[in-house]
Each structure stands twice: as structure tokens, then as C-alpha cells.
Ligand binder design. Structure first.
Ligand code: NDP
Ligand code: 2IT
Length: 448
């Protein structure tokens, strides 16, 4: 369709350096062709949807433990507020730049729409590297970051949360600084400590929701996870709770990884040891291999060139839970060759465009990120609801709602895929289902 091509070409010319953003756009826009009628084109809906409503970029000055001044860049992309206040995580990683956050913010719009909850899309972060920093350095950085960000956010304006490099500790320091500067004790961040407004099950939500989604997908195909070998990448928040839920459903996760290497533990990843290493000691995965005699640590230097060795371990289901583009075409082909039946994405855009094509062609049960990992942000919205109504719900209440939300997302994506004569193609189903609500809300709210 000429309209889609026109928008893709224009964006390619405008933002040639924003590789991940262009990749996300190239994945989504072509799948929307069946719904893009003259009305949408007249409203210039695509051009409006790919342009953030507002981007904020700022300097973050802070002082390290040696007394030296450090300077980082901070950002918040307020992408789309058609369905509700901007909502999305903050990423602290040296690779963060505006293009990366635009990809994440764009994906977030569709993901948040799919949850069925009233949340718009946003994303933010900084090129700060938390690795090797002391607790006090992290605190000073978080405070400096919030000294600027607080002007732009609020419980009904924009509600950030965690992402890579931002967990409960960072959210706590940022919450304290927000309160200090504004005097407001409100649900301006999610993923908070349970002592000051956090929700039970938010820590577990993305990983648990991911496995619920995979289970729903597989059940629809007459299959299940019970007794099955699974591979997981990453070893942070999403990966840990993905492993935990896999065990609970009778499956056996045998790998985890980080940016330096992977663990292969054929007996199954010991989640209590993983939590001790990652959440308590904040150590590397080599430590896991020290603590678990049967587990093997394979450093990245030993991976075959251009490959992620996690995906060469034969498995029934694979769960990429680390970062973008961590599963490429060769990885996908090897997974398929080894009999993998299911890929569910915990990370955002972990598969390259070529990998996605291969996975769809092989007709695997494939849960694309914006559907499969939406449990985290959905539970963030449940935290916002609890904060606004001054209530605390039980773990079972929140987990039960998470399960229902994931089932609804799966059904919505699967039904939409069928409606457009591509049964099983959840990429198309999720993109169209997410898009329609946002587009209609934007049109109903007029041009302003
Ligand atoms: P964490 O910071 O807790 O963990 C990130 C994990 O991924 C670490 O093991 C990290 O290894 C690894 N990783 C990060 N960058 C790279 C890289 N460039 N190469 C290899 N490994 C890498 O983050 P989360 O678990 O929260 O996030 C993981 C993914 O899930 C991200 O894509 C995030 O956007 C997505 N996500 C997170 C949600 C949440 O609620 N937290 C919700 C939905 C999606 P190392 O320590 O060596 O850097
Ligand atoms: O990518 C994501 O959905 C997140 N990092 C969670 C966002 C949120 O607001 O909970």
C-alpha cells in the first residue's frame, strides 16, 4: 500500500541513525495495511502515531565516590496519550539514546493499548551505567535524574517504572526525590517498595505474565509446558520470574544469560540461587556456576561468531528476556531445526526482522513482545489503581487479574489474526488490535 511505503520512506530519510526505531516501525506498519482505509489516511494517522507528542532531553550532573563530577544524558519520550497518561519504564544503560527510547516508546503505545487499560505510551532513561557503581553513587544519580524529570511527570500525567538497570532500589531513590521536590505522596512511579505504595506481584508480573501467555498460546494448539525443557536468556527481573513460573507450571528452564556469558544447567536453573546472585549479591553469572556444581558457564568469547549461544541449546520453548536483537535469523533457524515449538518474548523486540519472518513461516507458537510481556505494565496499572483508591490488594487478587489480562491479550490478538485471515499470526493480530483503539481515540479527540 502506497500510504505505508510513503511513511516508511519519509521516516527513513528523517531518522537514518535511529536503527531500532526504524526497525520497530518496519515491523508494525506493514502489518496494519488491511485496516488502513481512506479515513485513516485522511487523518494522517500513521504520521501522527510515529511522531512523539513530546520528547524531553536533559543533562544529569552528579558526583561520584571519588568526588569527581560526572555528566550523563537523561530523556523522557512522551509518545502518545490518546488512551491515558503516558506509561512506560526507565532504562539506565550506556546504550540509551533518543532513537532507542523512541523504539521502546513506540512499542509501548501498542502494548499498553492491548492491556485494555487506560494507559498511554512513554519511555525514558539515561546513558548511566549502574554496573560497578556503589549504592550511594546510584542514589546520587537517581536524585539528580529526578531533579529534572519531576517537572514533567505526575500520577495522572506520566508514570514511569523500571526497565533494564532500573529496579526497586532505583525506583525508591527516585520516589524519595520526587516527594522531596514536590511534597506529593502519590503514585507517580510504579514498581515501588511495598512499604510506600508498591503492589504485590509487580516484581513477578512480567515474567509470570510471559509464561501465562505462552501457556495460553500452547493450550490453544493442544500443547502445554508440563515436563518441557525451556531456554531463557537474560538474568534480570524478567528472566528470573519467567524461570520461577516455568517451574511452577512443571517445565524446566535450563539456561540464563547476561552480557558476559550464559549458564547451562541441564538439571534446571535453581531460582533461589539465581535470586541470591542477582538480587542480593548483584554479582555476575560466574558466581552461579561457583554455587551450582553441575552448571556450566560459557563466556561470550566462546559463542560462535554472530550468534547467541543460548539459542543453540535444544528446547521445546524459548524465552528471550534480555534485550533487543538478541535472537537473529541464524538463531531462529537453529531453534526451529532443533524442534522448538514456541517462542515468547519477555524482552522488547528481542528478535530481528529476519528472525520474525523465519519464525512465522515455520508456524511456531510465537508471542511477540508487545503482547507477551505486557503483564509488567498491566500490573503497573493495577498499582496505579491501588494508589489512587488507597487500597492494597492481596497477591492472589493481583496475580489473578494479571492472568485474566494475559488471557484477554492472547484472545484479542488471536481473534484479530483470524479476522484478517492470518490465523496464528499474533504479530499481525497484536499490531492491528493495539492500533485500532489508539487510532480511534486519536480521531475522536480531534486535531489539537
Ligand atoms: P534487568 O536490568 O533486570 O536485566 C537485564 C538482563 O538483560 C541482564 O541479565 C543483562 O545482563 C541482560 N542484558 C541487558 N543488556 C544486554 C545486552 N546488550 N546484551 C546482553 N545482555 C544484556 O532488566 P529487565 O529484566 O527488567 O528487562 C529485560 C528486558 O525485558 C528488556 O528488554 C526490557 O525492556 C524488557 N521488559 C521489562 C519489563 C519489566 O517490567 N522490567 C516489562 C516488559 C519488558 P547484564 O547485567 O550483563 O547487562
Ligand atoms: O517495557 C515495559 O513494558 C516496561 N519496562 C514496564 C513499564 C511499566 O510502566 O511498568
Amino acid at each position: 500500500m502506497a500510504y505505508v511505503q510513503h511513511v516508511l520512506d519519509k521516516l527513513g530519510r528523517q531518522y537514518p541513525g535511529d536503527q531500532e526505531f526504524l526497525q520497530a516501525i518496519r515491523e508494525v506498519l506493514p502489518t496494519l495495511r488491511p485496516v488502513l482505509d481512506a479515513r485513516y489516511e485522511k487523518c494522517r494517522i500513521l504520521e501522527r502515531m510515529v511522531e512523539p507528542e513530546r520528547v524531553i532531553a536533559f543533562r544529569v550532573d552528579w558526583v561520584d565516590d571519588k568526588g569527581e563530577v560526572q555528566v550523563n544524558r537523561g530523556f523522557r519520550v512522551q509518545f502518545n496519550s490518546a488512551l491515558g497518561p503516558y506509561k512506560g519504564g526507565l532504562r539506565f544503560h550506556p546504550s540509551v539514546n533518543m532513537g532507542l527510547l523512541k523504539f521502546l516508546g513506540f512499542e509501548q503505545i501498542f502494548k499498553n493499548s492491548l492491556t485494555g487499560l487506560a494507559i498511554g505510551g512513554g519511555k525514558g532513561g539515561a546513558d548511566f551505567d549502574p554496573k560497578g557503581k556503589s549504592d550511594m553513587e546510584v542514589m546520587r544519580f537517581c536524585q539528580a535524574f529526578m531533579s529534572e524529570l519531576h517537572r514533567h511527570i505526575g500520577a495522572t500525567i506520566d508514570v514511569p517504572a523500571g526497565d533494564i538497570g532500573v529496579g526497586g532500589r532505583e525506583i525508591g531513590y527516585m520516589y524519595g526525590q520526587y516527594k522531596h521536590l514536590t511534597k506529593l505522596y502519590e503514585g507517580v512511579l510504579t514498581g515501588k517498595n511495598l512499604l510506600f505504595g508498591g503492589s504485590l506481584a509487580r516484581t513477578e508480573a512480567t515474567g509470570y505474565g510471559l509464561v501465562y501467555f505462552a501457556d495460553d498460546m500452547l493450550k490453544d494448539r493442544g500443547q502445554g509446558l508440563e515436563g518441557k525443557i525451556c531456554t531463557v536468556s537474560g538474568s534480570g527481573n524478567v528472566a528470573i520470574y519467567c524461570c520461577e513460573k516455568l517451574w511452577q507450571l512443571g517445565a524446566r528452564p535450563v539456561t540464563v544469560s547476561d552480557s558476559q556469558g550464559m549458564i547451562h544447567d541441564p538439571d534446571g536453573i535453581k531460582v533461589d540461587v539465581l535470586k541470591q546472585v542477582k538480587e542480593v549479591e548483584r554479582a555476575r553469572l560466574t558466581r552461579y556456576a561457583e554455587l551450582v556444581p553441575g552448571a556450566k558457564h560459557i563466556p561470550v568469547a566462546q559463542y560462535p561468531a554472530g550468534r547467541n549461544a543460548v539459542w543453540s541449546i535444544p528446547c521445546f520453548a524459548a524465552f528471550p528476556c534480555a534485550t533487543q536483537n538478541e535472537l537473529n535469523h541464524e538463531d531462529a533457524k537453529e531453534l526451529i531445526k532443533n524442534g522448538c515449538a514456541c517462542i515468547a518474548e519477555g524482552a522488547n523486540m528481542p528478535s530481528t526482522l529476519e528472525a520474525v519472518d523465519a519464525i512465522l513461516e515455520a508456524k511456531l507458537a510465537y508471542g511477540p513482545a508487545k503482547a507477551a510481556n505486557a503483564g509488567g505494565v498491566a500490573t503497573s496499572q493495577l498499582e496505579m489503581a491501588q494508589n489512587a483508591s488507597m487500597q492494597h490488594w492481596s497477591f492472589e487478587q493481583v496475580d489473578g487479574q494479571l492472568k485474566r489480562i494475559m488471557a484477554n491479550i492472547y484472545n484479542n490478538a488471536a481473534t484479530t489474526a483470524k479476522e484478517f485471515k492470518q490465523p496464528g499470526n499474533l504479530v499481525l493480530g497484536a499490531n492491528i488490535a493495539g492500533f485500532r483503539k489508539v487510532a480511534e481515540a486519536m480521531i475522536a479527540q480531534g486535531i489539537c
